[in-house]
Design a protein around this ligand. Structure first.
Ligand code: MD3
Ligand code: FE
Length: 207
């Protein structure tokens, strides 16, 4: 369903089998060259922990090396994820899907206490859509406006397997995660506790 212009929600888009397979890949990524870490924003470490593919994100910029973690080069962006991103986008905008080439994924891990404050995703030099996939515990997702962190906003519950696409006028909407519901991950999704969110993006960077 279209929540706002350019913002599409497809509940239960990933099968449990796909979810468990992606969680198995996640367990490999966190053993890779760069561990999960909470990014430091304005001197505060985020409660959400992130590992990146393709490009490493730190507040306000992307780089190939995780300069704020251990300096290692991040893992490549997997081809299967490019195809998955295209299939996701095809659900909502078939014309955009075939030329969609995400080059970075921010993979966030939330424990029961983790929160993400209201923010805009403005560190990409491209206006291409963001594709978001959730696995594990359900969370409350707050989808706001493009003007400020406050009202109007809409709260919805994002569950394991849900797909979201944010494009067009919604690409710069404020959004956040005010709450995770512990113990709500479905049997078979591969995660015993916590929540994973993958956001695929186009950085607009070269090299
Ligand atoms: C709306 N992640 O990584 S995903 C983030 O669940 C982030 O981990 C949240 O916000 C999470 O930056 C929310 C949904 C999402 C992702 C990107 C967006 C919503 C968005 C970009 C523009 C507008
Ligand atoms: Fe965001």
């Amino acid at each position: 369903r279209e929540l706002a212009p350019g913002a599409y929600w497809a509940p239960g888009w990933l099968t449990l089998e796909q979810q468990a397979w992606i969680v198995a890949r996640f367990r490999e990524w966190v053993q890779g060259p760069v561990p999960l870490r909470g990014a430091v924003v304005n001197g505060h470490e985020m409660s959400v922990k992130t590992v990146c593919l393709g490009w490493h994100w730190r507040p306000y910029r992307y780089s190939r090396e995780a300069v704020d973690v251990n300096g290692n080069r991040v893992l490549g962006f997997p081809d299967w994820m490019v195809r998955l991103g295209r299939r996701a986008l095809a659900e909502v905008d078939p014309d955009l899907a075939e030329s969609y080439s995400p080059d970075t994924a921010l993979v966030n891990y939330y424990d029961a206490q983790a929160r993400m404050g209201m923010h805009q995703d403005k560190d990409e030099a491209s206006s291409a859509p963001v594709v978001s996939l959730s696995i594990g515990d359900t969370c409350r997702f707050r989808f706001g406006n493009t003007e400020n962190r406050g009202r109007p906003y809409e709260d919805i519950d994002l569950a394991s397997g849900d797909l979201f696409v944010f494009g067009g006028p919604s690409r710069l909407a404020y959004h956040g995660i005010p709450k995770v519901y512990p113990g709500t991950a479905p049997q078979g999704c591969g995660l015993e506790e916590g929540r994973i969110n993958i956001t695929m993006r186009v950085t607009g960077l070269q090299g």
